[in-house]
Design a protein around this ligand. Structure first.
Ligand code: AMP
Ligand code: GLY
Length: 420
């Protein structure tokens, strides 16, 4: 197959790597890609958010399947532009992607479908915000309604901070105030062809910047998969009570969801609750889920894109476990310092069981041709092993071999699972 992957992060690097290691050889093209992706795929410079440009390219180059990594092209309607012109695409329409882009839309779908989630109130004025904060009580959960690159949610005991966060996002529209949910978080991905869903393996990500879940929310500082502490029957329960009802509701509303349904869940004392849906693979969870996938990814993605997941067995996963540690630039997430040189990558990748997914890198223009960091989250260092102790040791050994001035990373990824 000729497969075009849109995006430039570690998630897309993990997708491209999974496609590249299948028994059947594929021609893989990524746009715009990064320095790591360029080692496994052909990189082309086209605007992934321009539906016409992407569809023109896919048709001219006889692309068999387009895989959309990030949310921006989805929200820009790139999947619609491809589907209209007959190109198989793994990624939902702009309307269905509102499941991620609009918290209010997601809440309505969950309500109609009877999907368990936290109670929430929408507020358009400061007075409404204050009333809702007081009715829910602390800790306060304040969410921007639209896409906010992982920065839209504030969970705080501090009423003044909650109000200030709400004030900021009220300038852009409405905000959502939600009941606080306590429990372990789980990311569970489903492939969906609009009616049938197939689960991938559960993962947990670490959203806060610092060890011990301190510091600001980020795009994700690490992850591990699978989750050995999940109760039996967890995945089936999520299929029955969350994924299938949601996909059915969207289909009933003529907005079929074709792509990756990311269920962000919390395991509360009262049962499983949805915290959020995303309309794409999670980052960095994908970097620990896809390396463990044994079923060829291309077949699954094409079947989802062409409405033929029905009858396909559930994807299978290796018994190996995976841990990823994200290496971020100094100053991330507020003001990352970019343009710095990264050394030791080959040394790090030489650690047994380790692979490195590039998140924001490019080849240096200088004659020595090194790699430079071009963004906040720079690398996802992935360690695999037969147990979490081994996978974790491998990942951190590799991290210790990488040199990037001012780099930040968490030291406690998957520590809890090893301790247990
Ligand atoms: P979101 O962008 O909706 O995934 O929220 C980011 C993070 O905020 C989540 O991963 C949770 O850790 C936290 N969060 C969101 N909603 C809630 C809630 N209702 N109760 C507790 N924590 C929450
Ligand atoms: N890991 C969180 C996300 O992808 O949104």
């Amino acid at each position: 197959m000729k497969i075009l992957v849109l995006g430039s992060g570690a998630r897309e690097h993990a997708i491209v790597s999974a496609l590249a290691r299948e028994d059947t050889a594929h021609e893989i093209v990524a746009a715009p890609g990064n320095a790591g992706i360029a080692q496994v795929a052909t990189v082309v410079h086209l605007d992934p958010n321009n539906a016409v440009v992407v569809a023109d390219y896919a048709l001219a180059e006889d692309v068999d399947l387009v895989v959309i990594g990030p949310e921006a092209p989805l929200v820009a309607g790139v999947a619609d532009g491809l589907r209209t012109r007959g190109v198989p695409v793994f990624g939902p329409s702009k309307k269905a992607a509102a499941l991620e882009g609009s918290k209010a839309f997601a809440k309505r779908i969950m309500e109609e479908a009877g999907v368990p989630t936290g109670r929430a109130t929408r507020a358009g004025t400061r007075a409404e915000v204050e009333a809702a904060l007081d009715s829910f009580g602390a800790p306060y959960v304040v969410k921007a309604d639209g896409l906010a690159a992982g920065k839209g949610v504030l969970v705080t005991e501090d009423r003044a901070a909650a109000l200030a966060h709400a004030d900021h996002y009220l300038q852009q529209g409405t905000v959502l105030l939600e009941e606080f949910l306590a429990g372990q978080e789980v990311s569970l991905f489903f492939l969906s062809d609009g009616s049938t869903v197939l689960p991938l393996s559960p993962a947990q990500d670490y959203k806060r910047l610092l060890d011990g879940d301190e510091g600001p929310n980020t795009g994700g500082m690490g992850a591990y998969s699978p989750l050995p502490w999940l109760p039996d029957g967890f995945v089936d329960e999520v299929i029955d009570t969350i994924a299938e009802p949601t996909v059915r509701q969207l289909a009933n509303e003529q907005t079929p969801f074709i792509g990756l349904l990311y269920c962000g869940l919390i395991l509360t004392e009262k049962g499983i609750r949805v915290i959020e849906f995303n309309a794409r693979f999670g980052d960095p969870e994908t970097q620990v889920v896809l390396p463990r996938l044994e079923t060829p990814l291309s077949g699954l993605l094409l079947a989802a894109a062409t409405g033929s997941l029905g009858g396909i067995p559930r994807p299978t996963f290796s018994d190996d476990v995976a841990v990823t540690v994200v290496l971020a630039s100094e100053g991330y997430p507020d003001a990352p310092q970019t343009g710095r040189r990264i050394d030791g990558l080959d040394d790090a990748a030489a650690v047994e069981g380790v692979s490195i997914a590039h998140a924001a890198t490019s080849r240096s223009e200088s004659p020595d041709g090194g790699t430079i960091a071009t963004g906040g989250r720079v690398l996802s260092v992935v360690g695999r092993g037969s147990d979490f102790r081994q996978a974790r040791e491998r990942a951190y050994e590799a991290v210790s071999r990488i040199r990037l001035e001012g780099a930040q990373y968490r030291t406690d990824i998957a520590a809890r699972v090893v301790a247990e």
